[in-house]
Write a new protein. Structure first.
Length: 247
């Protein structure tokens, strides 16, 4: 496993492009300075590097600053179930709060930088910055909502609906980052998407092919061009009543 690159001289929280997403509203310069001092380090991981392993002791939360991270849980047979993907401004490691042990593996999908925040010191900062605690509670709520959406997607019989729901959710998160959503490169491969949605890779490819046939999007590898986002959103509800077989 490659070791992450750590940076001592770095941009502070106030200079980060994710300021509006990552931090609570109304935090003053003094609060920013305290939060910046709290951040233990910012580490850069290359594609395939592990941020943390399932079963390792928990002592810090991680905020994705750039890139993307896959979150998965292993089973007794050595397989893995993908549980989600974290994008810039989103937090890693919240699941470890339950038992002070990481319950998942976190793997960089591309060159990724994360901010590491020691949790013991963060609890002290909550007392000084109530807005930061409220922000953390919202992030916990976002984590629960994401898990609910995942279960909802897995409950859909049609592969087309599952893939459409995944893409719509991803576009909504890119909207939050003010990123273009008409033309994008997926940080995750189709095998990861398939594992996340409980489908075969070939089924995901067929679903994307059907979307192309209907003029919803164009797909080339990990590159997607969204032509009709309104039609994509319609596919999240139903597959037009056709091909009602389970994929």
């Amino acid at each position: 496993m490659n070791q992450p690159t750590t940076t001592a001289a770095r941009l502070g929280c106030s200079d980060c492009g994710l300021h509006a997403i990552c931090l609570p509203e109304g935090i003053d310069e003094g609060g920013l300075a305290r939060l910046d001092r709290l951040t233990r380090q910012r580490s850069t991981y290359q594609r395939g590097d592990v941020v943390f392993r399932q079963g390792k002791p928990f002592d810090a939360l991680y905020v994705v600053r750039s890139g993307a991270v896959r979150v998965a849980i292993g089973d007794a047979d050595g397989g893995q179930q993908v549980l989600g993907f974290r994008l810039p401004g989103e937090i890693l490691g919240i699941d470890a709060l339950l038992e002070d042990t990481h319950r998942t593996d976190a793997l960089a999908l591309e060159r990724t930088t994360v901010c590491e925040v020691p949790f013991a010191r963060l609890e002290d900062l909550f007392l000084q910055l109530p807005g930061l605690q409220r922000k953390m509670m919202r992030e916990l709520g976002r984590e629960v909502a994401s898990a609910q959406q995942h279960v909802q997607a897995l409950g859909r019989q049609q592969a087309l609906e599952r893939v459409a729901m995944f893409l719509c959710g991803l576009l909504e998160r890119y909207d939050r980052l003010s990123r273009p959503t008409d033309c994008l490169r997926l940080p995750m491969g189709r095998s990861d998407i398939a594992c996340y949605l409980g489908l075969a890779v070939e089924t995901v490819s067929r679903a994307l092919g059907r979307m192309e046939e209907h003029g919803v999007l164009s797909a080339s590898g990990r590159h997607l061009r969204i032509h009709r986002r309104d039609l994509l959103e319609t596919l999240c509800v139903a597959d037009g009543g056709s091909d009602r077989r389970r994929n």
